[in-house]
Each structure stands twice: as C-alpha cells, then as structure tokens.
Design a protein around this ligand. Structure first.
Ligand code: ZN
Length: 157
C-alpha cells in the first residue's frame, strides 16, 4: 500500500496525452492498488494515472458502493446534457461549473484483462467524463463556464 503524490495544476505532466496500456503487468496492478489508497486518502471520487505522474490510460472511479478500475477506457455512448459544479484533486481550492452529458457509457478493460462496459448518470457520468479527459491532458477548468473559490460556494449556499 502506498499513497502517491497527486500532481497539481501547472505540472506539465497533467497536460500530456497518455499512452495505452498494452500489457497488464504487476507494475500496473500495483499502480491500481496505490491509486485506490491515494483516492481514499484524498476522499475523492475519481483519479486518473497522469494525476500521480503516470502517463498511461488508467482511471479509477469510486462513488458509494460502485468502484471501477478502467484500463484503456473509451466513451462509447452519451445522452443528454447536465451542468453541475466540479472539482479536481489536481486543482485545489477551486470549483467550476461544467456541462457534461447526463448519461455516459464507457468501455474499458479490467485488471484481469477482460473488457467490460459501465454506464452512469448524474455524478457517475460526470466523473467518467472528467477522469477520461485527464488521459488526454484536459482539465475541467478548460471546459468550465465559471470557476469559484470555496468561499464563493459557501456564500451561495
Ligand atoms: Zn480531476
């Protein structure tokens, strides 16, 4: 078990395009385990490998009892539109309003090499889009219609 350092906005690694995983090696499995530990510690809902400095197409998403490990994930279908507030472990002390599809279906490979599909609405759909964007060097602040500080969010509530 290891807690990895989460890179912050301004680090060039976050802006690079990640390479596909060609083979699920012990190192990849270790990375998945470490990403879970790191996400749990950070109390986030999703984490992409480039956020911990690894330029590979891997994300994990953990929302309530739904946990996904996604290797080489791709969005294969979307429906509708939603606009909600997002945050990112790599962009601390900031929130932003982002338009995303309201339903998203993702195809990916699991740690055993099996292809699977996952779909989600609401936060899950947003999280899939947000994490997959990281694999192409895109941060939510690039897409946000507005950004806020934590104080501004509190004032609005
Ligand atoms: Zn993020």
């Amino acid at each position: 078990m290891a807690i990895l350092n989460i890179l912050k906005e301004g680090d060039e690694t976050l802006r690079k395009k990640c390479r596909k995983v060609e083979e699920i090696t012990p190192r990849i499995l270790q990375l998945l385990d470490d990403m879970h530990d790191t996400l749990e510690k950070a109390q986030g809902v999703g984490l992409a490998a480039p956020q911990v400095g690894i330029l590979r197409r891997i994300v994990i998403v953990e929302i309530d009892d739904k946990k996904y490990e996604m290797i080489n994930p791709e969005i294969v279908a979307t429906k509708g539109k939603q606009e909600e507030i997002e945050a990112c472990l790599s962009v601390p002390e900031k929130y932003g309003s982002v338009v995303r599809p309201s339903w998203v279906k993702v195809r990916a490979t699991d740690r055993y090499g099996n292809e699977f599909e996952a779909e989600g609405t609401g936060l899950m759909a947003r999280c899939f889009c947000h994490e997959l964007d990281h694999l192409d060097g895109i941060l939510y602040i690039d897409k946000a219609t507005e950004t806020f500080t934590p104080d501004e969010i509190e004032d609005a509530e």
